[in-house]
Design a binder for this molecule. Structure first.
Ligand SMILES: *[C@@H]1O[C@H](CO)[C@@H](O)[C@H](O)[C@H]1NC(C)=O
Ligand SMILES: *[C@@H]1O[C@H](CO)[C@@H](O)[C@H](O)[C@H]1NC(C)=O
Ligand SMILES: *[C@@H]1O[C@H](CO)[C@@H](O)[C@H](O)[C@H]1NC(C)=O
Length: 468
């Protein structure tokens, strides 16, 4: 029966009016607007393949911060999945029985049929809170293989724990992400292991230890997020979506959010298939939601508040220290979370707009740099490649990539920066005692020495290295 429906679908669709059809849209621009739940395969850039070879320079070292790959939802959302089956039946009833299909912007036949056939995958149970999915595993195995292909002289296929340093946070999804990455580099039978996770993980989760960070009003009363959330544009969008699904009243936002989240998750779990729930939304409605997410992340983890630029002090020092030093580890890779990636990008001044994102400038900032979908999809990763260029005046260079796209900083050349400029641009952080610097009202205590000591050692090491 199902087969028959599928065979007939194209015919039905051809005979149809011109309602927007997600399942027949070849470009599907909205799948690149799912914020932190965008699929990596859709968000990743393409210019790394053109830029990874640098004339006259040899790659020496790599430093990577990698968000975990595509994951399952939180337990609370998994528990709400049965509600989606109710919504499915209500929508079908609206169209088939109540005949409340709207005159404009209705679901096309194919998208409607797809919703009718939707079922929740019941092997996903509430105990699997935010577990990495198969696609998520493949995301990281894939980036590892790709980076090894680009930098074979740095990413040797044999693990040892002086040359490689891996670290992940204390969660299933980052542990599995590390394993996937190691499998990509060393094959499925490998002895790669991470360094120990400290009790207070100030390097990979500084946000857990800073009360001022947690207290920032990024989405509460009076925030830009809240103003946008209560705007006419946003309200109209919820009403339009409800009408599109055949409801004669505006659905609870919670229901719309559930459909939207399921659309984003399913699309990331199966990149090559269509999530039927994505058909519930017109592309422009997804754009309205994307901006709400961007406001949340902009103020919650990025340039919205100046404090956010300091939070990842230790991680930036880690980057500078490792890439300054000529000794091993030669490859450092950290596996963490969205907030870690965003605050790292923010500390480095990447994707910063001249104009602040606000509730009222949605229309004028459509080509803003800060788009969480591009910066922080599932498996988002920041890669720094350190070069030595023997015949050049500036012997040391570095290239930064974010999700396989060269990072644009106005003091670098298409992602290629002089190492001396890097040290200069980030000297506030490299000179800081992160214990004070990262958290305005004093978070977790300073771990002592800071980077000054480390840098001194590093410079001494470089001197020795240059003298040889
Ligand atoms: C259902 O979920 C399980 C657990 O995540 C997964 O292994 C399986 O492939 C899923 N099935 C389908 C049809 O997607
Ligand atoms: C570790 O691996 C690197 C890169 O393959 C190699 O140069 C180095 O000699 C190895 N060190 C040890 C202790 O095996
Ligand atoms: C939008 O809806 C919310 C909640 O129903 C309401 O508080 C707010 O005033 C509405 N905004 C506008 C501009 O109508």
């Amino acid at each position: 029966m199902r087969l028959l429906i599928f065979l007939l679908l194209p015919l039905v669709a051809i005979a149809q009016d011109d309602d927007y059809c997600f399942s027949q849209d070849k470009s599907r621009p909205q799948t690149l607007q799912f914020s932190s739940k965008t699929a990596y395969q859709i968000a990743k850039g393409t210019d790394m393949e053109k830029l990874y070879l640098v004339d006259g320079c040899q790659p020496q070292k790599m430093w990577i911060f990698h968000r975990h790959g595509t994951r399952l939802p939180k337990t609370s959302m998994i528990k709400k999945a049965p509600r989606l089956e109710e919504l499915r039946d209500l929508i079908i009833n609206n169209y088939k029985v109540a005949k409340t299909k709207p005159d404009t912007n209705a679901l096309c036949q194919t998208d409607l049929f797809a919703i009718q056939l939707w079922k929740w995958n019941s092997s996903i149970t509430p105990d699997m809170d935010e577990y990495l999915t198969t696609q998520g595993y493949n995301d990281l195995r894939g980036t590892a293989k790709l980076y090894q292909r680009y930098y074979p002289s740095v990413m040797s296929p044999v693990f040892n724990d002086t040359y490689y340093q891996f670290r992940h946070t204390d969660t299933q999804r980052t542990t599995e992400s590390f394993k996937a990455f190691a499998e990509g580099l060393f094959g499925s039978l490998n002895s790669a292991h991470p360094v120990e996770i400290p009790k207070q993980d100030l390097l990979l989760r500084p946000y857990d230890y800073c009360p001022t960070f947690k207290a920032l009003n990024y989405k509460g009363e009076g925030s830009e997020y809240q103003k946008y959330h209560q705007s006419k544009l946003y309200n109209d969008t919820l009403a339009d979506i409800s009408r599109r699904l055949g409801f004669q009243y505006t659905l609870q936002e919670e229901d719309i959010k559930l459909m939207y989240d399921m659309c984003r998750y399913e699309q990331a779990w199966n990149v090559d298939r269509n999530s039927v729930w994505c058909g519930a939304f017109l592309p422009e409605q997804v754009t309205v939601f994307e901006y709400l997410e961007d406001l949340k992340y902009y103020y919650g983890s990025s340039y919205g508040f100046p404090e956010n630029e300091r939070l990842n002090c230790r991680l930036v020092q880690d980057l500078l220290t490792h890439l300054s030093s000529p000794v091993s580890p030669h490859v450092v890779a950290h596996f963490g979370h969205s907030t870690g990636l965003l605050t790292l990008v923010t500390a480095l001044g990447i994707k910063k707009d001249d104009i602040k994102l606000r509730a009222d400038n949605y229309e004028s900032l459509t080509s803003r740099r800060f788009k969480s979908s591009r910066i922080d999809p599932f498996a988002s990763n920041f890669v720094a490649v350190k070069y030595v260029c023997p015949a050049q005046l500036d012997r040391e260079k570095v290239q930064f990539f974010l999700n396989q796209e060269a990072v644009q900083l106005d003091w670098c050349k298409v992602g290629l920066c002089k190492w001396s400029d890097v040290l200069d641009k980030y000297k506030d952080i490299s000179n800081a005692d992160c214990g004070d610097y990262f958290c305005r009202t004093g978070g977790a205590p300073s771990l002592g020495s800071g980077i000054s000591g480390l840098l001194a050692t590093t410079f001494a090491a470089i001197l020795v290295y240059l003298m040889h």
